[in-house]
Design a protein around this ligand. Structure first.
Ligand code: GLC
Length: 424
């Protein structure tokens, strides 16, 4: 199945880690797995999870204002606590928390009402399921996994029947998600503790596609996904094929009271522009509080990024990766017809902005947002080696607080010189 076109066109998604870990503000699932918090204490958070301000329509409105075209919600993280009324297993917020209701359905409906695509995160691993630690990750044995009682059976104590039950549970849960909510995107995680064969990844993919052939999968299906998902680490060159950088707005996926290290809007604009300039999407992570409210500092970041995107929408939506590094000091995007280049200038340009190696003639250069036309000229060049395009810097009043974008209209499709210059 070819990649669904909406995905590479979406540019921005919002990643929601919402779960009982927000009650005490501890590391999602990992807190008990690593022993940071005793298991009992972690599970006690079930009693404090109220979802009392759960308002998915407000989420969807905020995401739309942020310029996002999709969101991904943790339907079930590694802690095994499902956010919907699953008929599988016993652990879900409907039966075991004061929230007492399904938190996936409202989210899916609200997003669709707003014209946003619906993504659901689902962890293959379930560190609370009685049948999960029945298998071991075969060689090379990974330390921290092979000896973790939440993840692995002790050598000699593997239980293939229990493992088969676990797989049936996972397949049934994923089946429920697809049947009930018909997600446009399934964002899997937690694959590293077993092999592709142990997980039966191909079967899982086939099962989903049989129900909804249009489902998009991230890559954490060990070879059976549709797009790459670098996490937190910014790639220096585009991964092959469609991709998405997932990035936290502060330093945590879930809500953590003491984490106030929020990235300023200026930085988010940089991450976003660099990502789309290499043809990827940004999936920006926010962590709602246990009551369902997105912390004000995080909402403000989404709004700020959304303001920049709205002003520069022509350089964002409907564009693809721009020029490789070296032609312009900053990222760029390219219109779908290949005839307009958008240069992102992070710091207010002084004097001029240069583009090297451009073979095309330039028809017009203007500032995106205001439309102000800028003078430009080509200097130098020799034979096959094009000269440098110098664009006059816009007036200070015409620069953007976060990043100024210049639209360069070309006489045809972008044609770049990539050589080593003229050797004499
Ligand atoms: C990691 C973590 C998990 C988080 C995910 C987001 O895989 O295990 O806690 O949900 O990254 O990409």
């Amino acid at each position: 199945m070819a990649m669904q076109p909406w995905f590479p066109e979406a540019k921005l998604g919002v990643f929601l880690h919402y779960g009982i870990y927000a009650v005490d503000g501890v590391w999602e699932s990992w807190a008990f797995y690593t022993g940071q918090v005793p298991h009992e204490r972690y599970m006690k958070q079930l009693d404090g999870f109220t979802a009392s301000r759960y308002d998915p329509a407000a989420w969807a409105d905020l995401f739309a204002r942020a310029g996002a075209r999709y969101a991904v919600l943790t339907a079930r993280h590694h802690d095994g606590v499902a956010l919907w009324d699953t008929a599988q297993g016993d652990l879900n917020v409907v039966r075991h928390t004061p929230a007492g209701r399904d938190l996936v359905a409202g989210y899916a409906d609200a997003l669709r009402d707003r014209g946003l695509k619906v993504g659901l995160y689902y962890s293959h691993s379930d560190w609370n399921h009685p049948d999960y630690a029945s298998a071991v990750h075969p060689s090379p044995r990974k330390e921290g996994v092979a000896d973790n009682p939440f993840a692995s059976a002790r050598p000699g104590e593997e239980d293939p029947e229990a493992w088969a039950r676990f797989l049936a549970y996972r397949e049934a849960q994923v089946g429920e998600l697809v049947d009930r909510f018909r997600p446009d995107l399934l964002w899997f995680d937690g694959e590293w503790e077993r092999t592709e064969e142990q997980w039966r990844m191909r079967e899982l993919r086939d099962l989903v596609l049989a129900k909804n052939p249009e489902t998009v999968f991230n890559a954490r299906l060990l070879g059976h996904g549709d797009y790459a998902t670098p996490e937190q680490g910014v790639p220096l060159r585009a991964p092959e094929g469609p991709w998405e950088l997932c990035l936290t707005v502060n330093d945590s996926w879930g809500f953590q009271h003491e984490d106030t290290n929020h990235k300023p809007v200026r930085l988010l604009v940089r991450y976003f522009a660099e990502t789309i300039g290499m043809g990827g999407n940004l999936l920006l992570g926010v962590g709602p509080r246990e009551d369902g409210a997105i912390p004000a500092e995080q909402a403000a970041r989404l709004e700020g990024l959304g303001g920049w995107i709205a002003k520069h929408r022509e350089a964002v939506y409907g564009t693809g990766a721009g020029m490789p590094a070296g032609h312009h000091y900053g990222p760029s995007t390219l219109s779908a017809d290949g005839r307009t280049l958008y240069l992102v200038c992070f710091d207010p340009p002084r004097e001029n902005v240069g583009v090297r190696g451009l073979r095309n003639r330039v028809r017009r250069v203007s500032v995106v947002g205001s439309g102000t036309e800028l003078a430009h000229r080509v200097v130098g060049g020799h034979g096959k080696v094009p000269g440098v395009l110098w664009i006059d810097a816009p007036a200070a009043a015409d620069t953007d607080e976060y990043a100024t974008v210049l639209a360069v209209e070309l006489d045809g499709e972008l044609d770049l010189y990539r050589g080593a210059g003229r050797t004499v």
